[in-house]
Unconditional design. Structure first.
Length: 502
């Protein structure tokens, strides 16, 4: 007679599966609450304690950890292993149905205590899952209720084929790996521990990656750390790889300001960004900053999107709009565009690690969440800045943090009007930024993500009519830069921190 061991926390779909096994003549072994549940619904169940001849002890912490259980799961179908099973008074266990204590669910519950979380660390369950998965050549492991019907159908047709047993074994090891990594992350106090575990759960398969010849999928952190992975899509086509990547950049930028803010992004760089009196005003300013580049871009705002803002946005082809909420008027206007993707996601600081994949490894760092306050700025050249000037400088500094280095931005009236991104030297970035700003640069403010190695960029800024510059300082030629600012009457402040973004 074939034997199945059933020990589950989540009993979804279990009864139909168990009845199918019983109808096929299988013996069912079970534990504790699972056994009681099955018996209550008319199933004949052999208690694990009857097989092991040991009671469950230590408040149920020890139930299945016994040679008669693990021998039955791990035994190969060989004369030697059959003899060993006879010696220990056991027999083959051919199917293990097991899912684990909900550690993550309890951990995320408001008010849960460390003691409650620790009690939800499953020991016997993962051990049985791993044992059955290791022995997939003979034993079938089912750890996901979604697979019950597949296995039941296979058994009805004769037996579970090796290919399916192997597939389920791989899935089982993935389940236990994620389970253990969540627990490790919960217990870990170090920001950068010796062993960094990153449990990820597939959200969706994507049509392709950055290019059509690349396969791709989207994975989310487990447990949830918020962010673009948890945006709610209200409308539009399926998100692509590049959509998701750019949307994350836009969302982080919009989240950087408390005042009404709108940002337009192309290829993870801002092409329009502004703070306004309300979301409509902020968007119009962001649009006016670069009405050419915004075409086909992604827009994020940090407040409820209303009808007037939606009407303004509807006049331009956009790929995605991200907002904490959309009012009915906005939805009515924007959902007329069949392919426009609308994402609902509240502004928040990005959490977790910042990771960059390299060949053979991963670079890991804390996210760059550093902000500067006005009292932290060092005035080193030019006229003393007024409070309005400081506000403009801090706006420029906040924007430049999100631009690919070498990065220069020009801002004016809380509006990004020029961007020089990702150039191989800083003077080229300055040339691009002031050229884009054009005549608007007169009286504007420059933000630089790192220090100026030479005064040539200052000369370009002066020629464009720049009023103030904010940069980290720290160059061997700082005095040359300071002298140039004094010569041209440009206010220069140092932050003493940089914002490289590779």
């Amino acid at each position: 007679m074939k034997r199945a061991l059933i020990s589950v926390y989540d009993k979804t779909g279990l009864l139909d599966f168990a009845h199918a096994l019983a109808d096929a003549g299988w013996e069912i072994l079970s534990t504790g609450g699972t056994a009681s549940h099955l018996k209550e619904h008319g199933l004949a169940v052999t208690s694990v304690s009857d097989l092991t001849e040991f009671p469950e002890v230590m408040d149920g912490r020890v139930k299945t950890l016994h040679p008669r259980i693990f021998g039955g799961i791990l035994a190969k179908d060989t004369p030697e292993h059959r003899q060993d099973l006879d010696t220990i008074g056991s027999g083959f266990i051919d199917l293990v149905i097991c899912n684990l204590y909900p550690f993550q669910k309890v951990m995320e519950q408001e008010g849960s205590t460390p003691e409650q979380c620790i009690e939800m660390i499953d020991v016997g369950g993962p051990s049985m899952v791993r044992a059955a998965a290791k022995n997939f050549a003979r034993t079938t492991i089912v750890c996901d209720p979604q697979d019950y019907s597949r296995v039941a159908d296979a058994l009805a047709a004769g037996d579970v084929p090796l290919s399916l047993r192997k597939e389920l074994a791989a899935k089982a090891f993935g389940v236990t790996a994620v389970y253990d990594s969540i627990i490790a992350s919960y217990l870990e106090d170090e920001v950068l521990p010796d062993c960094l575990v990153m449990p990820l759960q597939k959200q969706q398969d994507l049509r392709y990656g950055e290019n059509p010849h690349q396969t791709a999928a989207f994975y989310a952190d487990v447990p949830s750390r918020g962010g673009i992975a948890h945006a709610k899509q209200l409308h539009g086509r399926e998100l692509s790889f590049n959509n998701i990547y750019d949307a994350d950049a836009a969302w982080q930028m919009a989240s950087a300001f408390a005042a009404p803010c709108a940002v337009a992004v192309k290829h993870t760089n801002p092409c329009g960004w502004a703070v306004g009196t309300d979301i409509t005003d902020a968007y119009q300013k962001a649009y006016d900053a670069d009405p050419v580049s915004i075409f086909g871009g992604i827009v994020a705002v940090n407040g409820t999107l209303t009808g007037p803002a939606a009407e303004a946005m509807s006049k331009t082809f956009l790929e995605i709009i991200i907002a904490p909420a959309f009012d009915e008027a906005a939805l009515t206007i924007l959902t007329k565009k069949k392919n426009l993707r609308l994402l609902e996601l509240a502004p928040a600081a990005a959490q977790g690690h910042d990771m960059k994949r390299v060949s053979g490894g991963v670079l890991v760092q804390q996210r760059d969440a550093l902000q500067v306050r006005s009292d932290q700025l060092r005035h080193v050249a030019g006229p003393q800045p007024t409070q309005d000037m400081i506000n403009e400088l801090i706006f420029a500094w906040t924007c430049v943090k999100f631009v690919k280095s070498n990065a220069i931005v020009v801002a004016k009236n809380q509006q990004l009007i020029g961007v020089g991104a990702g150039q191989m030297n800083r003077v080229q970035s300055m040339e691009l930024a002031v050229k884009q700003a054009g005549s608007k640069a007169e009286g504007g403010f420059v933000g630089s993500d790192a220090f100026f190695p030479f005064a040539d960029s200052i000369e370009l800024a002066a020629k464009a009519g720049i009023t103030g510059i904010i940069e980290p300082g720290g160059s061997k030629r700082d005095q040359e830069v300071i002298d140039a600012c004094n010569r041209h009457g440009i206010t220069l402040v140092f932050t003493d921190v940089r914002h490289f973004r590779h």
